[in-house]
Design a protein around this ligand. Structure first.
Ligand code: IPD
Ligand code: CA
Ligand code: CA
Ligand code: CA
Length: 264
């Protein structure tokens, strides 16, 4: 398997897909609700997933696609046994529709469940975060340094405010102390970008409770390459295919978060 070639090809395709989305910000979008008015999908989400599917079946017909919009869902496969491209065609669809910025294309390529390549591309900022396992992570052509030591009081934490008010998923008070001690809180609305931002130090931690493989597959490879950590509340590693409660973080900050969070 020529992983360098696969890596370069994935970057090239993602860049091309990004051009389509940049142009789309000037077009009229077809917006539909999926499960609710807070869960949008556009014709461009579907077009970009189709774009990856067409190219994959032509160049790498033995590879599988796991995409949010489920275009390849009839093709049976076991992600633990195959090479799979885990693609979020637009991560941050709400931002794409409302802001026309702060969204990304996320691609993670995994072989028998092991991470190989990760890409998170913000086509508006023209920022390509990318990594091949074992060879470092990059922002465009710049190698990203390993994350610095940091304390919680110096940390900028990204968390969706929804998890800090009563909700049906988690005890909304688990991170009260963490939020009080942190330097600042942010929420961008694109999990893939938020993980990439932890990898380049713009954020120090990103916490979420309801993510899917396509939200995190690309970012996980990038964060791993700068010695970032990915754990759940019990301080255990999690699989890209089954994330649960997830903390993507600078490692010193994670230790303090786990000490300051409420676990019962
Ligand atoms: C969503 C975004 C959002 C996160 C949600 C995701 P989508 O992805 O990443 O920031 O909080 O859990 O579903 O639907 O825009 O691809
Ligand atoms: Ca979605
Ligand atoms: Ca997503
Ligand atoms: Ca999406």
């Amino acid at each position: 398997m020529n992983w360098n070639e696969i890596y370069q090809t994935a970057i090239e395709w993602t860049e091309q897909a990004g051009e389509i989305l940049r142009a789309a910000t000037k077009e009229i979008l077809q917006v539909e609700y999926k499960t609710s008015a807070a869960d949008l999908v556009t014709n461009k989400d579907k077009q970009i997933e189709q774009f990856f599917m067409d190219r994959l079946s032509e160049k790498y017909p033995s590879h599988f696609l796991l995409g949010e919009e489920g275009l390849a869902k009839d093709k049976q496969f076991n992600p633990e046994n195959e090479i799979v491209w885990i693609v979020d065609p637009i991560d941050g669809t709400t931002n794409f529709v409302h802001q026309k910025r702060n969204f990304a294309i996320s691609v993670g390529i995994y072989e028998k469940g092991e991470p190989r390549v990760g890409i998170v591309y913000d086509p508006i900022a023209k920022e390509m975060f990318h990594a091949q396992i074992g060879t470092g992570a990059f922002l465009n052509n710049q190698l990203l340094p390993n994350l610095d030591e940091k304390s919680l009081e110096e940390a900028n934490i990204s968390i969706n405010q929804l998890w800090l008010v009563p909700n049906d998923k988690v005890d909304h008070t688990i991170f009260t102390e963490v939020i009080q001690k942190a330097r600042g809180t942010r929420y961008l609305g694109s999990a893939a970008l938020e993980i990439a931002y932890v990898a380049c130090g713009r954020l120090d931690t990103y916490i979420d409770f309801r993510l899917s493989p396509w939200d995190i597959a690309g970012g996980m490879v990038i964060l791993q390459e700068v010695q970032g950590v990915m754990k759940n509340l019990e301080n255990n590693s999690f699989s890209v295919f089954n994330p649960g409660i997830t903390i993507f973080s600078n490692s010193n900050v994670l230790e303090e978060i786990l000490l300051n969070s409420k676990k019962d």
